[in-house]
Design a protein around this ligand. Structure first.
Ligand code: PLP
Length: 227
């Protein structure tokens, strides 16, 4: 497997982020890079941390837990995979942001476990804007009810929306990023909710996502090579 120099890739990525921001007049400080380390060993995560990376994304609870046991809860650990309700308790003490809440019962479980550990857990609502059968996320028509239900929970903080478009070339997924932003704007104007965050864009399409308003991008392959 090709091993990339993580520090060099990070530097390159930051340059690309800054250029995408410049194209649409955005401040790069408004874009958080989440380095996705699923299926990579602890040593690779450590390399990213040493290079100054603060935000780490993981997809599987057990793998994330093992890495947190080794590296501590200092990094900002983002959960970006499918989350089963019976696993929420394992990540509740330290998870920085859960990107993939698509069901009110999952939000309730997060609320319950957050209360038990005496904190408020930030979450994003995952929306399946392309309507793909195999993808997680609520239907766009359900987003409003989900947002209103989750926002009533005392130990959950709804920060915004997340989406995973089809694996198509970047320009072809632009409409899905645009749609997520439109949905967020609509939710904000129809309710009193503040939804500042949009988690969208991966290695192949983060530049387009930034142009369309992403505040969090989730990048694995471009930093660490193929999994
Ligand atoms: C794996 C994964 C990523 C990173 O994908 P790359 O194409 O490797 O950058 C981002 N988001 C989610 C939800 C993922 O599962």
């Amino acid at each position: 497997m090709l091993t990339l120099n993580v520090a060099a890739q990070l530097e390159l990525l930051k340059k690309q982020i800054a250029e995408a921001c410049a194209r649409v007049g955005r401040d790069p400080a408004g874009v958080t890079l989440v380095a996705v380390t699923k299926n990579h060993p602890v040593a690779v995560v450590q390399e990213a941390l040493t290079a100054g990376q603060l935000d780490i994304g993981e997809n599987y609870v057990q793998e994330m837990k093992t890495k947190v046991e080794e590296l501590g809860s200092g990094p900002r650990w983002h959960f970006i995979g499918t989350l089963q309700r019976n696993k929420v308790k394992f990540i509740a003490p330290w998870v920085h942001l859960i990107h993939t809440v698509d069901d009110p019962r999952l939000a309730e479980e997060i609320d319950k476990r957050a209360a038990q550990v005496g904190r408020r857990i930030p979450i994003l609502l995952q929306v399946n804007v392309a309507g793909e059968a195999a993808k997680g996320g609520c239907a766009p028509e359900q987003a409003r009810d989900l947002a209103l239900a989750a926002s009533k929970l005392a130990h959950v903080e709804v920060r915004g929306l997340m989406t995973m478009p089809p694996f198509w070339p970047a320009e072809q997924v632009r409409p899905f990023f645009r749609e997520l932003r439109r949905l967020r704007d609509q939710l904000q104007s129809e309710t009193s909710l503040r939804l500042p965050d949009l988690s969208m864009g991966m290695s192949a399409d983060f530049e387009v996502a930034i142009e369309e308003g992403a505040t969090l991008i989730r990048v694995g392959t471009a930093l660490f090579g193929a999994r």
